[in-house]
Design a protein around this ligand. Structure first.
Ligand code: NAD
Length: 247
């Protein structure tokens, strides 16, 4: 599963799952654009990749702002001449029960997790269709499949992301471009570290394998879906969750 000569963009890759996906793709030879709303962390990850002889570049972009997304895609194409792999990973949570959820909490979560992926996909797909090769990998969540109390906004955004992916997959399939979802379960990152001990115990009880996943569990799945070997897989939702959701 060699990715040399491929160019990848990973959104939200300054930390957590996105960072690990970026390091893994770079480790397999891809040139990787580290894109994040946080310039400091994005710069650090790009430096880390270059320090181990990989090819990388940091570009600050907020995925919710169309002009910044357009500039991210233009700068990537300008620097590397092509864009083969897009990982829509940037995401946020604003958890609270439905009864207490503000319109602002709803909008921000939908904007980042769902509209951000739409904007990036729309901007990049032109390049992939022209090349007749592309891989779009959207990081959703198992809560987009089964729901979760306290996450109406997040579950709706991730369920929407699954619909967006399946539609994209159908629209671009004839040109050698695939679009798939990875639906992580409970992964040890900043996002889950801020949960209460009770909530963490609750999650752990629901995992047949009995432990939280690590960002590398998601990164290996992403590297596979990005590869030539995964060419016949599209519109798929791959749960990487220690068995929490068995469909
Ligand atoms: P994280 O909070 O550690 O990292 C998210 C990254 O996205 C950060 O670097 C942040 O700066 C960036 N980001 C946030 N808003 C952005 C924006 N508007 N534009 C660009 N970048 C932005 O989270 P994580 O746990 O690594 O999660 C990564 C993805 O995986 C998210 O989509 C999340 O919903 C999903 N996910 C995580 C888990 C988990 O258990 N950690 C489970 C299921 C799904």
């Amino acid at each position: 599963m060699n990715l040399s000569k491929k160019v990848a963009i990973v959104t939200g890759s300054g930390q957590g799952i996105g960072r690990e996906i970026a390091l893994t793709l770079a480790g397999r030879g891809a040139s990787v654009v580290i894109s994040d709303i946080n310039p400091a962390t994005a710069g650090d990850v790009a430096t880390e990749i270059k320090a181990s002889n990989g090819k990388s570049m940091a570009i600050t972009a907020d995925v919710t702002v169309q002009e910044e997304v357009a500039s991210l895609i233009d700068q990537t194409a300008g620097a590397f001449g092509q864009i083969d792999i897009l990982v829509n990973n940037a995401g946020i949570t604003r958890d609270t029960l439905l009864m207490r959820m503000s319109g602002e909490d709803w909008d921000q979560v939908l904007l980042t997790n769902l509209k951000g992926a739409f904007l990036c996909t729309q901007a990049v797909v032109r390049h992939m269709l022209k090349q007749r090769w592309g891989r779009i990998i959207n990081i959703a969540s198992i809560v987009g499949l089964i729901g979760n109390a306290g996450q109406a906004n997040y579950a709706a955004a991730k369920a929407g992301l699954i619909g967006l992916t399946k539609t994209t997959a159908r629209e671009v399939a004839s040109r050698g471009v695939t679009a798939n979802v990875i639906a992580p379960g409970f992964i040890d990152t900043e996002m889950t570290r801020k949960l209460s001990d009770n909530a963490k115990q609750d999650f752990l009880r629901q995992i047949p394998l009995g432990y939280a996943g690590s960002p590398s569990d998601i990164a290996h799945a992403a590297a596979f879906l990005a590869s030539e070997e995964a060419r016949y897989i599209t519109g798929h939702v791959l749960t990487v969750d220690g068995g929490m959701v068995m469909l």
